[in-house]
Ligand binder design. Structure first.
Ligand SMILES: [Ca+2]
Ligand SMILES: [Ca+2]
Ligand SMILES: [Ca+2]
Length: 736
């Protein structure tokens, strides 16, 4: 047997939200009030007016649930009568009059009045008149389809609808009680079987007058709930009607029949005991729904502050009195009457407990339920770890395509990290599944990264800028070039890196041992001294390689090839008599006092330069010397040029003691001595240079020379270049 509960559940399956709204927006359901609604219709029969609707209303008004005398119940009564003039009715019933009992009025009242019934409202359609057994219709042509359609209006499908037909052949509508009811999901009381009439001479409408109306007062309250239900009143009315109709003089067989589709007919119609509560003994059942977003992790359910929390209350019982209210509270706060889905907006992250319960209109409170959710409005925090190689220069971070980037994220006490993603240079977001690298041309890359937790809180993207450098430095050995090298030289290497910069530079002879260099900020080169005198003469290749700060390695593509020659250079000075000379004496000859004449002694000197090829393998093929001759010297102080070269005589050049003096000689404009001479291993070349010096001017005052006791001055002869071997050597001698 179908129940109201079942229908409400079916409705709930359509839409929880709709159901919630439906509950709460019904304009006719007064909270906490159980409602009754009666449309009583009476017709003529054979020009005999029937008053049974009036009688029924009069009877019902004797009971608290129909007279609107208490706050627990409300009743709505409309009357369609056979009279056109309502003033012919008893004054107390005139307010119920809604017109003549025409078909049009019947339809209008069922649709527009009964149709206003709220859920679980008790509705009675009482009809007293004739119906035709052959036409299976009420007496003005209301057929099954029409009546069934009207009874589907408005809220009627969710109300408890009871149809009482005090008409001839009324058993037709319920197949004499065998059912089903042709009117649909309603309870039906019929005054007689379909083959019978409900009229007999002298006993108009015996079912109402002799059964129903007295039955409200005399029926047995079988379930002792203080109310007379539809079935209980029928249990009284049916035999009473049959007995009355069968009395002598009536000689009528009239057997009322019933059909109960709803709550087995246990629909309370009149409250016999004013202290009896409505016979709904079952409290409601309320459930909660946690909307989206949410995340369930074992016993924990995480939500955001905009996750909708919905309560759905269903009253139980048959009949049910309906929900009076549903209340909830958060974290033990004040109880709030539930009107619509709510959320935890304004609450702080963490666990929150919601308690809720409902109460039905019969006053049955539901034991409260509770559930706990964990509010998480906080997105995760993500960090980016940059692996190696990595180089940080101030605010710049350099990486290569081998550098691994790792994202780690935490959501603290929240719902947990659901996903991480990143993008490079504002490209598409990529889901992070593991370490990643950068590819593409060198340059600046912006990596943005973020995480989302399991309830959809997404972090504001973080950004990290790195500079990709996959390019090694460019390297070139600047000095020495290809050719001969001699003595202590400084290797100069140029290395540049447009990216992370040069970290260090090394060189190696013949790629044997790699030796570090030092950057010289003055020359801008990476330099290292190379003492060629301590290695064997011969051919060497000077390899150079440079590393940038990320370890990218570059090398000189064409390293210089040099030949080491082992030369020994000595220089000495002699006087005019070729005696060794270590100091140049200055003579002060007193003239006309207090003037002095200053001269050198001996006035001319010789410098002897010896160059010996001490190697064992390399022949220096062609030696060219540019000899720089000091021409003037400071004497009385910086800038006071006094000691002047008076002349430098042609030199003698000896090879292994044999005069090989070239034809070249000193020139005034170019202090150059050209010696074209090969030096085989063991050969010694000796050069003799004759200098003449004098003081500028002849005389100096005593004050000019006062205090001068002799100081050391460097006297330098420089071999500034040599073609063939590439070397520069300065020969120092001190003459003071
Ligand atoms: Ca209930
Ligand atoms: Ca979170
Ligand atoms: Ca680089």
């Amino acid at each position: 047997m179908k129940s109201i509960k079942t229908r409400a559940t079916a409705l709930a399956m359509v839409s929880l939200v709709f159901l919630s709204m439906f509950y709460l927006t019904l304009p006719v359901q007064a909270t906490g009030v159980i409602r009754f609604r009666l449309l009583a219709v009476e017709r003529y029969f054979d020009h005999t007016r029937m008053f049974e609707a009036v009688d029924l209303i009069t009877e019902l008004l004797n009971y608290p649930n129909w007279d609107n005398s208490t706050s627990d119940y409300e009743s709505y009564i409309h009357l369609l009568s056979a009279v056109n003039d309502p003033t012919t009715l008893p004054a107390s019933l005139q307010p119920f009059y809604r017109g003549n009992s025409t078909k049009a009025n019947l339809q209008s009242e069922i649709v527009n009045f009964l149709g206003q019934a709220g859920e679980e409202e008790i509705v009675i359609l009482y009809y007293c008149g004739h119906s035709y057994g052959s036409g299976l219709s009420l007496d003005y042509g209301v057929n099954q389809a029409e009546l069934s359609s009207w009874l589907s209006s408005g809220g009627l499908p969710d109300a408890y609808v009871n149809v009482i037909l005090d008409t001839c052949h009324s058993g037709y509508w319920i197949n004499d009680g065998a059912g089903p009811c042709l009117l649909g999901d309603v309870n039906v009381l019929a005054a007689c079987k379909q083959a019978q009439s409900a009229w007999c001479w002298g006993c108009h409408t015996a079912f109402t007058d002799e059964g129903l109306i007295p039955g409200f007062g005399a029926a047995t309250d079988g379930n002792s709930d203080g109310w007379i239900s539809l079935a209980e009143v029928f249990n009284y009315a049916a035999p009473a009607c049959t007995a009355y109709a069968g009395k002598p003089g009536h000689n009528k067989t009239q057997e009322p029949v019933s059909w109960y589709s709803v709550c087995t007919g246990n629909i309370p119609l009149v409250q016999k005991d004013s202290l009896a509560s409505f016979p709904d003994f079952l409290y409601p059942t309320t459930t909660h729904t946690i909307g989206s977003p949410k995340y369930i992790d074992g016993p924990n359910t995480y939500v955001t502050s905009y996750t909708a929390l919905t309560l759905n209350a269903e009253d139980t019982g048959c009949p049910t009195s309906g929900i009076e209210f549903t209340k909830y509270r958060i974290d033990g706060g004040s109880w709030i009457t539930y009107t619509a889905s709510f959320d935890l907006f304004g609450y702080s992250d963490g666990a929150h407990t919601i308690e809720y319960y409902s109460k039905d209109n019969a006053g049955n409170p539901e034991p409260s339920h509770s559930f706990t959710v964990i509010l998480d409005d906080t997105p995760p925090t993500t960090s980016l770890a940059i692996g190696t190689p990595q180089y940080i220069d101030g605010t710049d971070t350099y990486v290569t395509s081998a550098t691994l980037f790792t994202l780690t994220a935490t959501d603290g006490a929240g719902s947990g990290v659901a996903s991480k993603d990143y993008r490079v240079n504002s490209g598409s977001w990529t889901s992070y599944t593991g370490t990643f690298t950068l590819s593409g041309p060198d340059g600046t890359y912006v990596i943005e990264y973020r995480s989302t937790d399991n309830v959809g809180n997404t972090e504001t993207p973080n950004a990290e800028t790195v500079i990709l450098d996959n390019t090694p430095p460019t390297v070139e050995v600047i000095y020495p070039p290809d050719g001969f090298v001699y003595g202590l030289i400084t290797i100069q290497i140029e290395a540049t890196d447009a990216g992370s910069g040069v970290d260090y530079v090394e060189y190696s002879l013949d790629e044997s041992t790699w030796i570090p260099t030092t950057y010289n900020s003055v020359t801008g080169y990476y330099e290292v001294d190379w003492d060629t005198t301590i290695i064997a003469d011969g051919n060497y290749t000077i390899y150079a390689r440079a590393y940038d700060n990320l370890g990218n390695e570059g090398s000189d593509p064409s390293p210089p090839e040099v030949t080491v020659v082992l030369l020994e250079l000595t220089t000495s000075f002699t006087d005019s008599d070729f005696n060794p000379l270590e100091e140049l004496e200055v003579l002060f000859n007193e003239q006309k006092s207090p003037m002095y004449k200053v001269s050198t002694n001996p006035g001319t000197i010789y410098e002897i330069i010896e160059i010996t090829n001490i190697g064992s393998t390399v022949t220096l093929p062609n030696l060219e010397l540019n000899v720089s001759i000091p021409t003037e010297m400071d004497f009385f102080g910086l800038g006071e040029l006094a000691f002047q070269l008076k002349g430098a005589k042609p030199v003698h050049v000896y090879l292994n003691g044999i005069d090989v003096t070239p034809t070249g000689k000193w020139t005034q404009s170019l202090d150059e001595l050209l010696v074209e001479q090969a030096l085989a291993p063991g050969d010694t070349l000796t050069l003799t240079i004759h200098y003449e010096y004098a003081f500028k001017g002849n005389t100096y005052s005593a004050s000019d020379i006062g205090g001068w006791t002799g100081e050391a001055y460097g006297f330098e002869t420089a071999i500034t270049s040599a073609s063939g071997p590439s070397w520069i050597e300065t020969l120092d001698a001190v003459i003071g």
